[in-house]
Design a protein around this ligand. Structure first.
Ligand SMILES: C[S@@+](CC[C@H](N)C(=O)[O-])C[C@H]1O[C@@H](n2cnc3c(N)ncnc32)[C@H](O)[C@@H]1O
Length: 273
């Protein structure tokens, strides 16, 4: 898995991008379908939100939807090139701030100012030190009733299988991966991170974990990824955490109401803009 410097180098140049991020929406049938059918139903009970922070917006695949659901949107990415594309995509939106970050701290974000922190398809390569640093920053910047929705790796839970895969000659590895015997290494998920560890780390940082969805990505049958929902301790959302498993995430399986609530209200204002 690349370190932060390599991650920045990957996304900070035109070659890192072909269609502004839409190229990764294929499994769901496109970006609009992924937003409407998968992401929005998981966060709509928290929208509209006065202030939204997006970590790793890239070229703004989700930012254009988020911009329509808040009064202030702060985009923090390590790659200035990606943020420039966001600027073009969101031209005319005076309520968006574009901030180049160091990949682990948020000095540009005020204490207790964020109602919804969102990150999807960006922190899966982030190793434990990066996620721990962000957890501590989120504990500082989330508003008392704020919520964070973070997509990250769970590959640490599959470490043994990954080690076996790595030890195999390439052809055999491909066969074993296709047969679902070992997790795919192609996904580049951070191996120092498990969902359970991240939940504990967030609790240590002063946050309450509302729950986690362990999800299968496009590579094989393993739950390589996780979505973690967080809130400050004492917030009106705090409750006993719920952990659910979803092997059909990339096929648009609906959100589990035990984690995301029974009947999210409509978020018409979260239309793309
Ligand atoms: C694969 S792109 C996805 C962008 C966007 N989330 C999407 O789904 O289209 C990953 C983006 O996350 C950014 N990124 C990766 N690690 C980051 C970190 N630790 N902090 C902030 N941005 C990060 C990269 O620079 C890149 O722009």
């Amino acid at each position: 898995v690349p370190d932060l410097g390599e991650i920045r180098a990957t996304w900070d140049r035109p070659e890192g991008w072909t269609s502004g991020g839409d190229e990764w929406s294929g499994a769901w049938g496109g970006t609009e379908a992924l937003w409407r059918g998968t992401l929005l139903p998981r966060i709509e009970r928290y929208l509209p939100a006065p202030a939204i922070l997006e970590l790793g917006p890239g070229q703004g695949r989700w930012s254009r939807y988020l911009a329509g659901a808040c009064e202030e949107l702060v985009l923090v990415d390590v790659a200035p090139y990606a943020l420039e594309a966001c600027r073009d995509r969101l031209a005319g939106h005076g309520h968006v701030r574009y901030e180049v970050g160091d990949g682990r701290s948020l000095p540009m974000v005020r204490d207790r100012s964020v109602d919804l922190a969102f990150s999807f398809d960006s922190l899966v390569h982030a190793e434990a030190d990066v996620l721990a640093a962000y957890a501590h920053e989120l504990a500082r910047v989330l508003a008392p009733d704020g919520v964070a929705f973070l997509h990250h790796s769970n590959m640490g839970a599959l470490r043994r299988g990954a080690a076996v895969a790595r030890a195999l000659p390439e052809r055999l590895r491909r066969t074993a991966t296709r047969a679902g015997l070992v997790p795919s290494l192609y996904a580049w998920r951070a191996e120092s991170v498990t969902a359970a560890w991240f939940a504990r780390e967030c609790e240590r940082a002063g946050l309450a974990c509302l729950g986690q969805e362990l999800v299968r990505w496009e590579y094989g049958r393993f739950l390589t990824d996780a979505i973690t929902l967080l809130t400050p301790r004492g917030s009106r959302w705090e409750r006993r955490p719920v952990v659910v498993r979803n092997r059909a995430f990339t096929r648009g399986a609906p959100p589990d109401p035990r984690l995301y609530g029974a009947s999210p209200r409509s978020a018409a204002s979260a239309a793309p803009s």
